[in-house]
Write a protein that binds this ligand. Structure first.
Ligand code: MN
Length: 259
């Protein structure tokens, strides 16, 4: 089942994709299940939005692929390396990634599989972890690489507005073991890997993270990026595709000078 969050006639709603239509839901599936209003809307008449705006946090895992850890000049840590992005960084499909050119000279993409939490998770064991997952979507962990290196911790580098594109939809029926991820800039392939290259599995990450903080419905976990990260410029289109989840597409522009 593919869940979309969308705007239509100035209203923001959730729906289930059924062929070329959306079956409109009465509420937010993170909190009120799948009750429908009875209405159906053609996909061509809606604007897809970020499928979830995390209520409390975007949890991220750094260096969760060996080849990416190597290209960053190190080895992958034995335990998942957790950091957070603010929910104000979230944008949706086709929204612009704004390069903070007054503060950073190097904005980079990181295509990633994203887990959407559906049930409260605290001290969850890996064997039960997937019971707490609503579904999966695609994310781009946009990073100001020069600030990441300069600051020593990553709040600024990972936290700018627009640095967390999510979408296009949440797929509830998805197995990472069967899928591949690919990132393209202006159609040119930059990252390509099977999701089985992830060092720490989704279940292991949920166990590790939920021992630290309570994961709430609507929180998301970005599971790390494979090798091939790199920079992009204003006007470039960045696509992250995961088989079975679709394509997350965003175009970049430069921030206007402060006035
Ligand atoms: Mn990342």
């Amino acid at each position: 089942m593919k869940i979309a969050r969308f705007s239509h006639d100035d209203a923001i709603m959730y729906g289930i994709i059924d062929d070329r239509e959306l079956v409109v839901l009465a509420g937010d599936p993170m909190f009120s299940g799948y009750e429908t209003t009875g209405a159906r809307v053609p996909l061509t008449e809606v604007t897809l939005l970020a499928p979830v705006i995390p209520r409390s946090k975007v949890v991220c895992v750094g260096k969760n692929y060996h080849d990416h850890a190597a290209e960053m000049g190190g080895v992958a840590p034995e335990e998942p390396l957790l950091f957070l992005k603010p929910n104000t960084a979230v944008i949706g499909p086709d929204d612009a990634i704004v390069r903070p050119v007054a503060l950073s000279e190097r904005t980079e993409y990181e295509g990633e599989l994203v887990v959407v939490i559906g049930r409260i998770a605290k001290n969850v064991k890996a064997e039960n972890a997937l019971d707490h997952v609503l579904g999966y979507t695609i994310g781009n962990d946009v990073t100001a690489r020069d600030l990441q290196r300069k600051d020593g911790q990553w709040s600024r580098a990972k936290g700018f507005d627009t640095f967390c594109p999510l979408g296009p939809v949440i797929e509830t029926d998805f197995d990472p073991a069967q899928a591949t991820i690919e990132t393209r800039v202006n159609g040119e392939v930059r990252q390509q890997a099977p999701l089985t290259d992830m060092i720490h599995s989704v279940a292991a990450i949920i166990e590790y993270a939920s021992a630290v903080f309570t994961l709430l419905p609507g929180d998301v976990i970005m599971t790390g990026t494979p090798a091939g990260v790199g920079t992009f410029e204003a006007g470039d289109t960045i696509e992250v595709e995961i088989s079975g989840l679709g394509i997350l597409r965003n175009t970049a522009r430069d921030a206007a000078p402060a006035s």
